[in-house]
Design a binder for this molecule. Structure first.
Ligand code: A3P
Length: 300
């Protein structure tokens, strides 16, 4: 696990975060921490857990469409952030994620980016189901960089080179990608966790949706599964205002320069990493991931 000390908190990418049990978390979310820790789970809650930019919104839309039994009108009843509320969400003048979730009837779908050690205990006590989506570290770095440019709650990422360096060290909101994917992987058999990969979803969405259905103990006809695959494709979601965050005001998410639904592919990192950056990254990656049997594909 990465170790942080107070000195690093001056690093630009950590602006607006505080250390919570050693993990940089948005200072706003941290203010509400007791409510998050004390969150009362229900046995039929389904949690979508990810490191940021791993395909959270994609998995959320898939699971909501499953719960709507493929009824697309029903899926369009509300925005994705209201259909699958963000547990630790807190920004001024808006209801918190916890408040929204507490008011929801069951079964609730819950989004979180928390590392496993910060998850509210109640989820484990109630044996709620968690779908964890992991995406390769290089594409996450690129996606997170562009995301920092459009989300007002995150600091400016600065130049790509320094952002990448900070990301490799875990000096970003939610901390180290390496620790996050490893933490969830190591505990995947201790709880009700389905661990999936973004690259597998890209390669064969139907196969991965079938895995979700099996895990959720839901039977579904081939026709409806096909419909879900189509409805949750990148192109469809990009043009679906209930999924693409276009409904958020610019002072929260400004998509003028980059869309939230940016590219949606595996391997875009090749358009951004220099040869030297790639070598440094690979060397560091080997060091950080040598202690675990967890493998990612950086292209498909
Ligand atoms: P890119 O920035 O690489 O395009 P999250 O929802 O966790 O914030 O992840 C966002 C990333 O998932 C973005 O990646 C976004 O384009 C991608 N994404 C969203 N919906 C997708 C879909 N239906 N298929 C593939 N990728 C998708």
């Amino acid at each position: 696990m990465s170790h942080f000390n107070k000195d690093i908190m001056d690093i630009p990418t950590l602006k607006a975060t505080v250390l919570l049990h050693g993990i940089p978390i948005s200072a706003e979310s941290a203010e509400n921490w007791e409510r998050v820790t004390d969150f009362q789970a229900r046995p039929d809650d389904v949690i979508i857990a990810t490191y940021p930019k791993a395909g959270t919104t994609w998995a959320s839309e898939i699971v909501d469409t499953i719960y709507c039994e493929g009824n697309l009108e029903k899926c369009r009843r509300d925005t994705i952030y209201n259909r699958v509320p963000f547990l630790e969400f807190k920004i001024p003048d808006m209801p918190t994620g916890v408040e929204i979730l507490e008011g929801k009837p069951s079964p609730r779908l819950v989004k979180t980016h928390l590392p496993i050690q910060l998850m509210p205990e109640s989820f484990w006590d109630k044996k709620s189901k968690v779908i964890y989506i992991a995406r390769n570290a290089k594409d996450v770095a690129v996606s997170y960089y562009f995301f920092h440019k459009i989300v007002k709650a995150l600091p400016d990422p600065g130049p790509w080179d320094s952002f990448l360096d900070n990301y490799m060290k875990g000096y970003v909101c939610y901390g180290s990608w390496h620790d996050h994917v490893k933490g969830w992987w190591e505990k995947r058999y201790d709880h009700n966790i389905l661990y999936l990969f973004y690259e597998d979803m890209k390669e064969n969405p139907k196969r991965e949706i079938r895995k979700m259905l099996h895990f959720l103990e839901i039977d579904m006809s081939e026709d409806i599964v096909e419909k879900i695959v189509h409805h949750t494709s990148f192109e469809e979601m990009k043009n679906n205002d209930m999924a693409n965050y276009k409904t958020l005001p610019k002072d929260i998410l400004d998509q003028t320069t980059t869309n939230f639904m940016r590219k949606g592919i595996a391997g875009d990192w090749k358009n951004h990493f220099t040869v030297a950056q790639n070598e440094t990254f690979d060397e560091d990656y080997k060091r950080q991931m040598s202690d675990i049997d967890l493998h990612f594909r950086t292209e498909i």
